[in-house]
Design a protein around this ligand. Structure first.
Ligand code: SF4
Length: 66
């Protein structure tokens, strides 16, 4: 069973991931989607266990990573 803190990335992580996407040539600004995975990035970046398909940002584990 996962807690909410384990499922979601913290606010700073989400903002940092999204800033990376917004500078990325694979980002579709109009729909806020990634051309590689087709995910909607303001949603995908909120989940701790997600990662960029080309390695620009990775998964986090808020309760265990220090
Ligand atoms: S998930 Fe990765 S490849 Fe996709 S838009 Fe973001 S930084 Fe670019």
């Amino acid at each position: 069973m996962f807690s909410i803190k384990e499922v979601f990335a913290d606010e700073d992580t989400m903002k940092s991931r999204l800033a990376t996407c917004e500078e990325c040539p694979k980002y579709i600004k109009a729909s806020k989607q990634c051309k590689v995975c087709l995910c909607v990035m303001p949603l995908k970046t909120r989940f701790a266990a997600t990662e960029c398909p080309v390695g620009k940002w990775g998964r986090v584990h808020p309760n265990t990573d220090k």
